[in-house]
Design a protein. Sequence first.
Lengths: 334, 208
Amino acid sequence: MAIIRDGMPPFDLFRPTSVGDALALAGRLGADAWILAGGFDSLERFKDRIKRPKAVIDLGAIDELRGVRREGSDLVIGAMTTLTEVSRHPDIRERFGLLSEAAAAVASPQIRNQGTLGGNIAQDTRCWYYRSGWTCYRAGGGTCFAGESPQGQNREHAIFGAEGCVAVNPSDTAPALVALEARLLIKNPKGGREIAAEDFFVGPDQDITRLNILAPGEMLTAIRLPATWSGATFYFEKVSDRPVWDFPLVNIAAAMRLTGDRIDQSHLVLGAVAARPWRLLEVEAAVAGRDRNDVAEAASRLAPKGAVVLPQNGYKAVLAANLIKRALLGNRDA
Amino acid sequence: MHASLIDTIRPGGMTRRQFIKSVIAVGAVSSSGFLFSGPADAGPSTSPGTVERLITLNVNGQRRRVDVLPQETLAQTLRNKLGLTGLKVGCDRGECGSCTVLVDTVPQYACSLLTHSVRGKAILTVEGLARADGKLHPLQQGVLDEQGFQCGYCAPGFLMATLGFLATNPNPTRQELAHGVSGNLCRCQDYDKILTALMRGAENMRKE
């Protein structure tokens, strides 16, 4: 339980009105600066004195980072577009309903009104040891309190891809963006680049101190949804303790191209089971070209393959198996 | 407390006496919130996007001039500096909803918003609901008629969340309204009566 103190320690606040100004500020302030989007990942850590930036660059006054626009057959979503806007936008609903559903599943109405798509995918992990300021591997220390301590509380932690750190990426929208082959636009003072959503997220094997590739001074400015999966068959489901506020215990984002019941192509992505959205490549290959009714059971058995469960999170492997079956069948009761 | 001791514990290099003088000199409204000082006080900066401290907020239809620290939340400003204590700070983490206010008609958690980020926006708190002559807002009247809350701590947040939700869906089903106010907790577990009261309030609003 967080302790309520009298407020946040002081910092300088900047509210630039253009991406150029924000990048110039970030470049000038260097490691002292913290880039703020909706604030739900940041302010609580400032309040708890876990992060103490000297300066905060609030992106909230930059109009060019907000809104959804069409670019040819692509949709481009500004990184500061709120999750409420993403969940309601008619073009996103019509063509990429997977993302609308994922955005609508985040936290609570008020958090969706303020939280942004960029912030939701770039947020840090919610492992409480790390968030409470314990010196774990992710924080530069020498142990993993959740995974290596006999008393570790690891019900919410990773079953896939954990090397040292067992923290998970808690995002609901990240698996959807990976399934939709979204492209992420990243800018820094020297220029910019566009990368696949899948390459944005990193596991502890690549860098144990971060969940994504954003370097200090870099900003995620937009999310591009290519037409590739427009209008496909989608399935999103989030399993959490409470239907509001809670982060997923496991979620699934599936995009499928079907001919009748035959799966021509699929992207099957689990969330909250690893430090990055976890694509089930073996399952995708196994179901390709098959009737989904015939292959669902086998796919379900294959889904947890490779999972390494901790004392308290074995249920996640079972959830993964069940969610894959439901996603393939498009049936929440399966 | 001895004056020199007060002087030595103030961070930021400015003594309490100098500080008070400087506040008077610029004609600022003094308040109880000057607990922090630090790099933000170091002097004017010419960087793009630098925030001023003395700002004007639009609260409940009034222009309120107020001195706001860079790290101050809207909940702190409204409660501690503008005396609007209707909103409550239950968790200070965006996990309970009792600080909900409307920002440009959209429900938001005031505990998790930097005050500087709502400059130029219209803020509505529960104090802004009743008319100047004291007549309650139809939503409030519905809550009163149905006696919807037990202890009432969460009521201001529920009222503001409901008002914001009704702006997008004025005639909701009970289930839709429940989803609309799902970002607000009631520790008394009085949800059934709260929903009944808020439904009555929504009905009142449709009649007006």
